[in-house]
Each structure stands twice: as structure tokens, then as C-alpha cells.
Design a protein around this ligand. Structure first.
Ligand code: F6P
Ligand code: MG
Length: 444
């Protein structure tokens, strides 16, 4: 296909104009729930403030979110941003160049959803007292609190997992940790509108038996191909393009820790978001925050035993030392918070593109990163992952892997017949969008 643009994707882009689609459901049902919850949190914060000016501005921001909801419901055209942030001019160029005159329902779902979070950000950017406020902070913290059992279980298990072991045993541990890291992506707060907390706890469970059962739900599984890569990797650089904070970030650290301890990696880079994003995504500030929470014996709802607390503190102190020593670096880039597919990375963020080219392996976590990698369009489901990410990424990056629980229709890489087999027992919506199925897709 010639002339691929963010609005002219290789196959038809998902758009909310298609009634009954997941994109449409997100726009008419899920976004309002997310925004209502955020407004409720804002109201609580406003009420706690002692300053009248802060309160007045906070109340105006809440009104701004309500107005944004009304604008979406009325399917208004996407307007230019009015703030003056580092990324404002770029965002406005994208709107003018690709989506001029298009509306919340007629522009691509990918662009609109990113634009939604950027518009929420605009309300804070334009304020005097709320500039740095993370409207989703409360939600991030509360969900992490609910991950107590798996957090302590991992903290207890980690010492045995990083002992020097023969390569066959290492492989078994790799399989387990990779899948823990994969299913950690089920903890996405913007999907809580579909899933119960019980569902999420079940998906987070990390016992070997449970993981084996879950394996049946991995519809594209390149775990072995990735192991071939890692088994031969010595002192490399591994990048994580992070997704969610809380438990998912915790298990990203677990996998990074294992890579550093087994000398697969000499350096790990965590790529985070620059603004509050899709409710739960990691910003750099969330990293010291998660360390502090883990080290606080009163953070989790049930008081941990002294042994458990000690195991967790030891683990987190090791992670902190990686950061201090520069073996683990946390960086953020505006590109991750644009509304464009990643095939436009070289064009839009050449510095980032060149930097990631130096990495031996780039791990893209989660659903949104997957949608952006494959341009969030309706590919034939058996399209190879390598083809869907586009030649530029496939040919220039050493290796890319996507660890994603499926939370949107977008899918590629299925073997022939898998879709038909799946759909004998589960609905397309269930395996594509519920977050209970997953993919591990690798391109070398
Ligand atoms: O709303 C769109 C979406 O991609 C969902 O499908 C998913 O719930 C959410 O955004 C983000 O998921 P993740 O945190 O895994 O990127
Ligand atoms: Mg996310």
C-alpha cells in the first residue's frame, strides 16, 4: 500500500464510527466511566485543599472534564491544543496534517484515544496550581495495594531464581518470569470497566500450575524464539517500553532483575510516559514511588510477616542500587504520548529511533504499545508480526518482542486455523478484547 499515513493505515483503521465495535464501546461507555472516576478523585482532592485558589482552579478543571465528555458525545471535530507544552506544536501538526476536520468518531480510534488523554493533560497544563498533578495517581496506588499476595510471593521466590544455575534450569525460570511479566499486563486500570478485581487477581497469580493453565490462552506464543535470543545474549542492553504502573511495573522489575543477575543484560532501560496516560501508565516519578511503597510495612492492607517484609525490602534495595549505579535507567520521551503508530518513529522521533537501534532487545509491554506497533488496523489475522510492524522497525531494531494481554480487536501473527479453532468455544470479543488472552510476538 502506498502513502501510509496515521489516518491511512495499511488496512482499515479501527474507528468509533463503527457502531457496536470495541472502539465505539470504548468511546460511548468506557471513556465516560474513566472520566467520571477521575472527576470523583479530583473532587476528593479539591475538598482536601486548604487554599481557595487551588480549590477554584480544581473545580474549573472538573468542569473542563465534563465539557470534554460533552464534546465527545456530540462528536465534535478534533480541535488544536491550546497549551504551551514541549509537545503542543507536534500534536497540532499531527491534527492539521492528518486529521483536519475529523471528529471524535471519524478519526482513528488510536489517535482519538491518545488525544483524549492529551486533552485531559491540557486542563492541568493551563492551570497555575495543578500543573504537575497526576489525576490517576489514586487509582494507580489503590490497585497496587490489591496486589499484595503476588508481590510477596515473588519477593520470597526471587533469591532462588537468580542463583547461578545451568542453562536448562535458567530456561525454566525464564519461561515462568516471562509469563508473570506478560500476565502482569492484565492489571490495566482502564480495563477495570470490563473486568472484576477478582478476574485481575486470578490473572496475576504466579504459581507454576496456574501459569501452565494460562499458557493455553496465549494465542501467539514466541516464548521459545525469544529464549533462543536470550540464551545467547551476554551483557547486552535490553529496553522495556513500559506500560502500567503498580503490579505490572513490579513484574517488569522482576524480569529486568533476572536479566541483570544472569548477565543477559549489562544494562536495562525503562522507557516511560511523559504525562498521565491511559490511567495507569508509568511516568518516571512512579518508579521511586513504588520503591517507597514496597519499603513501607504499612502500605499493603494486611500486615506482612517480618520475613516477608525483609524479603521485599531486600529485593527493592537491589533494584534501587541498579538505578543508582546506572545499570537500570528510566527515561521518558514525548513520542510515547503522541497518537501515532510506531512505524512513524524514525520520522517523528529520530533521536529515540537511533537510541533504540542500539538496544539488543526492545520489549513492548501491553495493549496500547501493541496497537501502536501494528498501526491499530484490521489486518488479516495471520499477517506476520514482522510485516505488521513495518519494515523500518523490523529491519533496524535488533529484536522486538510484544508482551500483551489482548484488550482490543487488533491482532496479527496467528497461525492458520487458530482463529477458527478458538471461535468454536469463545466469542471473538472474548479472545480479542477481554484481557484474558494474550500474545508473545517476537521479531528478530
Ligand atoms: O482502551 C483501549 C486500550 O488499548 C484497551 O484496549 C486497554 O484497556 C487500554 O487501552 C490500555 O491497555 P494497556 O494498559 O495494556 O496498554
Ligand atoms: Mg496502560
Amino acid at each position: 500500500m502506498t502513502n501510509i499515513t496515521p489516518n491511512n493505515t495499511p488496512y482499515p483503521a479501527y474507528r468509533s464510527s463503527e457502531k457496536g465495535s470495541f472502539a465505539w464501546d470504548s468511546t460511548v461507555r468506557r471513556w465516560p466511566i474513566i472520566l467520571e472516576k477521575s472527576m470523583a478523585d479530583m473532587r476528593d482532592t479539591v475538598a482536601k485543599s486548604q487554599s481557595q485558589q487551588v480549590q477554584a482552579e480544581g473545580t474549573a478543571i472538573i468542569a473542563g472534564i465534563q465539557a470534554l465528555m460533552d464534546e465527545i458525545a456530540a462528536d465534535q471535530p478534533l480541535r488544536l491544543l491550546k497549551d504551551d507544552e514541549e509537545d503542543t506544536a507536534v500534536w497540532n501538526r499531527h491534527i492539521q496534517e492528518y486529521f483536519q476536520g475529523l471528529t471524535w468518531f471519524s478519526a482513528t480510534w488510536l489517535f482519538c484515544e491518545c488525544y483524549l488523554y492529551r486533552r485531559v493533560r491540557e486542563l492541568f497544563s493551563l492551570s497555575a496550581h495543578w500543573k504537575e498533578f497526576d489525576i490517576f495517581e489514586n487509582q494507580k496506588v489503590e490497585t497496587f495495594r490489591g496486589s499484595q499476595a503476588s508481590v510477596f510471593e515473588l519477593a520470597r521466590k526471587m533469591p532462588a531464581m537468580i542463583e547461578p544455575l545451568p542453562i536448562e534450569k535458567q530456561e525454566i525460570i525464564y519461561q515462568e518470569l516471562l509469563h508473570v511479566c506478560l500476565w502482569g499486563n492484565a492489571t490495566d486500570l482502564s480495563l477495570l470497566t470490563n473486568m472484576t478485581e477478582e478476574d485481575i487477581k486470578r490473572l496475576q497469580a504466579i504459581e507454576a500450575e496456574h501459569l501452565a493453565e494460562q499458557k493455553k490462552h496465549i494465542v501467539v506464543d514466541d516464548t521459545d524464539a525469544l529464549w533462543d535470543k536470550l540464551a545467547h545474549l551476554n551483557q547486552g542492553r535490553v529496553d522495556f517500553v513500559l506500560d502500567n504502573s503498580g503490579f505490572e511495573l513490579f513484574v517488569d522489575f522482576v524480569l529486568a532483575d533476572w536479566m541483570l543477575q544472569t548477565n543477559k543484560a549489562a544494562k536495562v532501560v525503562f522507557n516511560a510516559k511523559t504525562i498521565p496516560w491511559f490511567v495507569s501508565d508509568v511516568m518516571p516519578k512512579d518508579v521511586p514511588d513504588i520503591f517507597a511503597r514496597c519499603k513501607d510495612p504499612n502500605f499493603f492492607p494486611k500486615k506482612p510477616t517480618p520475613e516477608d517484609q525483609e524479603a521485599l525490602v531486600k529485593l527493592v534495595e537491589r533494584w534501587q542500587s541498579y538505578v543508582t549505579e546506572g545499570r537500570l535507567e528510566v527515561q521518558a520521551h514525548d513520542f510515547w504520548c503522541y497518537g501515532l503508530p510506531y512505524r512513524f518513529m524514525r520520522q517523528e522521533a529520530p533521536d529515540l529511533f537511533d537510541d533504540l537501534k542500539k538496544s539488543d532487545l526492545v520489549i513492548f509491554k501491553g495493549d496500547l504499545n501493541f496497537r501502536k506497533l501494528v498501526s491499530c488496523c484490521d489486518w488479516p489475522v495471520t499477517t506476520p508480526f514482522k510485516e505488521a510492524i513495518g519494515e523500518d522497525l523490523a529491519a533496524n531494531f535488533t529484536s522486538i518482542v510484544s508482551l500483551r494481554t489482548n484488550k482490543a480487536d487488533t491482532i496479527v501473527g496467528l497461525k492458520e486455523g487458530v482463529k477458527e479453532e478458538l471461535e468454536k468455544t469463545v466469542s471473538p470479543n472474548e479472545w480479542r478484547c477481554s484481557g484474558k488472552y494474550a500474545v508473545v510476538e517476537f521479531s528478530k
